[in-house]
Design a protein around this ligand. Structure first.
Ligand code: SAM
Length: 205
C-alpha cells in the first residue's frame, strides 16, 4: 500500500518535473559518460535503462541497436522518445514500474540504473527484478547518491532527508543494503564525487 502510494507520487512529480529535468540533470553528464563507458554495451547486446527519464543516457548509446527504456512517468518518456528520434535511434520505450518489470527472465545483457535507486520507493524490489531479467553473466551499472555502507546517517542528514525525499531523492540509502538481497557481485566501485556521496558501481550476475 505504501509502495503503491509512493510510486503514484513519483509518477505525478516526475510528470511535473519533465519540462525542466534536463536543465537540472545536465550537471551529471560526465558521470553518465563514465558509467556507460564502464558498462561498455556492445552494439548487438540488449540493454535496459530502468527509470530512464528523459533519455539523457541515449547520447552515449547511439551505437547500441537494442535499447529498451522504462519509466513510471509518461511525460519523461515522451521526451526520451523525442531524443531518440533526434539521435536516429530506435528505442523500445514503455511506461512500466521498475519494481515489477514486465519482461521475461534472462533477456538483457546489461542494465543501467542511473539516479533511480535513490528515488524508487522499494530499491530492493527493483534490484531483484534487474537480477531476474539479466542473463547469466550480465552486467549492471549503478550511478547514484549513497550513504557509505555500514555508516549511520548523522542527525542533520536524517532531518534533511525528510525534505530531500519529497522534493528529489533519498540521501541516506546504502547500496550494500540494496544489493544484499541479490546474488549480484560488485566488480568495480568508484567515488564519483562529493566525498563519496556519488558512486559508480558495476555488478555482475
Ligand atoms: C532522478 S530521475 C533519473 C532519470 C534518468 N535515469 C537520468 O539519469 O537522468 C529518476 C527517474 O526514475 C523514475 N522512477 C521513479 N519511480 C519509478 C518506478 N517505480 N519505476 C520506474 N521509474 C521510476 C522517475 O520517473 C524518473 O524519471
Amino acid at each position: 500500500m505504501w509502495r503503491e502510494c509512493a510510486t503514484r507520487f513519483n509518477r505525478w512529480r516526475y510528470d511535473l518535473y519533465a519540462p525542466v529535468y534536463d536543465k537540472v540533470a545536465q550537471g551529471f553528464a560526465r558521470h553518465r559518460r563514465r558509467a556507460i563507458g564502464l558498462l561498455n554495451p556492445q552494439p548487438d547486446e540488449r540493454l535496459l535503462l530502468v527509470g530512464a527519464g528523459t533519455g539523457l543516457d541515449l547520447d552515449y548509446l547511439v551505437r547500441c541497436r537494442h535499447v529498451a527504456a522504462i519509466d513510471i512517468a509518461p511525460a519523461m518518456l515522451e521526451r526520451l522518445r523525442e531524443r531518440a528520434v533526434k539521435l536516429g535511434m530506435e528505442v523500445d520505450a514503455r511506461v512500466m514500474d521498475g519494481q515489477k518489470l514486465d519482461y521475461p527472465d534472462g533477456c538483457f545483457d546489461a542494465v543501467a540504473l542511473h539516479l533511480v535507486l535513490a528515488v524508487i520507493p522499494d530499491p530492493q524490489a527493483c534490484i531483484r527484478e534487474v537480477e531476474r531479467v539479466l542473463k547469466p553473466g550480465g552486467r549492471v551499472v549503478v550511478f547514484d547518491k549513497f550513504l557509505a555502507d555500514r555508516r549511520r546517517a548523522p542527525l542533520w542528514r536524517r532531518a534533511g532527508n525528510v525534505l530531500a525525499r519529497i522534493v528529489a531523492t533519498d540521501i541516506n540509502r546504502r547500496l550494500g543494503d540494496i544489493v544484499a538481497v541479490t546474488k549480484l557481485q560488485p566488480f568495480h566501485d568508484e567515488d564519483a564525487g562529493l566525498g563519496g556521496f556519488l558512486r559508480i558501481v558495476l555488478l555482475r550476475k
